[in-house]
Design a protein around this ligand. Structure first.
Ligand code: NAD
Length: 263
C-alpha cells in the first residue's frame, strides 16, 4: 500500500519512532496524518509541523481509543492505516510489581486490541485497510533486562499474526515492526544490557523508511535491523541452543553490570 491520499493514525506519534512515522507519511502525501498521544503538547507540536490533526489519547483506555477512531472518521471520513505504536518499558524480572506488569500489558498489548476492535469493522466496510503494530525485536527474541517487555512484545506479535490470519483475506493487511535499538527516549544509555543489545542503534527516520518500503510489499515482519532475521532463524532452527547462547550472554552482561556498580 502507498500512503499517498491515505488517512493515517499513529499512536505515540508525539515522539521517537511515532513522530518519525508521522513526518514520513506526511512527506509521502498522506491525505491526513493523525498524531495521537497521551502527551497532547507533543502531539500538537508534531501535528503543527506537518499539517496533521493532534488528538489526546491514552491507548490503555478503550474509551479513548474508540473516541480517537470516531473523531478521525467524523473529521476525515475514514481510517486507512492505523499504526499502534505507543509503547512503554519497565525494567526488572520477578521483582517487577504487578502494577507495572498490568501497565505494560495495557499499553503494549490491550491498546492493539482496542485499536483493532474500533477500526476493523470500518475497514471491512470500506473494503480494506492496513494495521501496523510497533512491537520490537524483543517480540521475536527476548529483552534480557525486562521480563514484562519480552512477554508483552511477544503478545503484540502474536496478536498481529492473529489479525493477519483472520482478516488478511478480507482486505486488511497487517505488519509488525520489530527493531532492536532505535535512538529515542526509550533507550537507557546508562544500562549495560541496553547498551550491548542496542550496539547498532538506528534512527527513527531509518525505521520509517523501512516501514514505507515494507508496506509496498505488504510484508508482515518489518525488521529494520537485518541481524534480527538471522537471530530469529537461529532461534527457530535450534531453540535450546539459542537459549543456551542467551544464558551465556546474560551471565556476561550481568557480571559486567555488577562490576560496574561495585566500582
Ligand atoms: N526505542 C527503541 O529502541 C525501540 C526498539 C524496539 C521497539 N520500540 C517500540 O517503539 C514504540 C515507540 O517507542 P519509542 O522508542 O519511539 O519511544 P518514545 O518514548 O520516544 O515515544 C513513545 C511515545 O508514546 C507516547 N505514549 C506512552 N504511553 C502512551 C499511552 N498510554 N497512550 C498514548 N501514547 C503514549 C509517549 O508520550 C511518547 O510520545 C514502542 O512501542 C516501543 O516499545 C522501541
Amino acid at each position: 500500500m502507498e500512503p499517498v491520499n491515505k488517512v493515517v493514525v499513529v499512536t505515540g506519534g508525539g515522539n521517537g519512532i511515532g513522530a518519525a512515522l508521522c513526518r514520513r507519511f506526511a512527506a509521502e502525501g498522506a491525505a491526513k496524518v493523525v498524531v495521537a498521544d497521551i502527551d497532547f503538547v507533543l502531539a500538537q507540536n508534531v501535528a503543527a509541523e506537518i499539517g496533521g490533526l493532534a488528538v489526546a489519547c491514552n491507548v490503555a483506555n478503550e474509551a479513548d481509543v474508540k473516541s480517537l477512531v470516531e473523531t478521525v472518521i467524523d473529521t476525515c471520513g475514514r481510517v486507512d492505516i492505523f499504526i499502534s505504536n505507543a509503547g512503554i518499558t519497565v525494567k526488572g524480572g520477578l521483582d517487577c510489581p504487578n502494577e507495572d506488569w498490568q501497565r505494560m500489558w495495557d499499553v503494549n498489548v490491550m491498546s492493539r486490541l482496542f485499536a483493532a476492535r474500533a477500526v476493523v469493522p470500518q475497514m471491512l466496510e470500506q473494503g480494506g485497510g492496513y494495521l501496523i503494530h510497533t512491537a520490537s525485536a524483543a517480540g521475536v527474541l527476548t529483552e534480557i533486562g525486562s521480563a514484562s517487555y519480552s512477554a508483552t512484545k511477544h503478545a503484540d506479535v502474536a496478536l498481529a499474526e492473529w489479525l493477519s490470519v483472520c482478516y488478511g483475506r478480507q482486505g486488511i493487511d497487517v505488519s509488525c515492526i520489530c527493531p532492536l535499538g532505535v535512538a529515542t527516549d526509550m533507550l537507557d544509555d546508562d544500562d549495560p544490557i541496553h547498551r550491548y543489545l542496542h550496539l547498532h542503534v538506528i534512527t527513527p527516520e531509518e525505521v520509517a523508511e523501512c516501514v514505507v518500503q515494507a508496506m509496498r510489499e505488504k510484508r508482515f515482519l518489518i525488521l529494520p535491523h537485518p541481524d534480527v532475521a538471522d537471530f530469529f532463524a537461529m532461534k527457530t532452527n535450534d531453540h535450546d541452543q539459542w537459549i543456551r547462547g542467551m544464558q551465556r550472554l546474560r551471565q556476561k552482561l550481568t557480571r559486567a553490570q555488577t562490576r560496574r556498580y561495585a566500582a
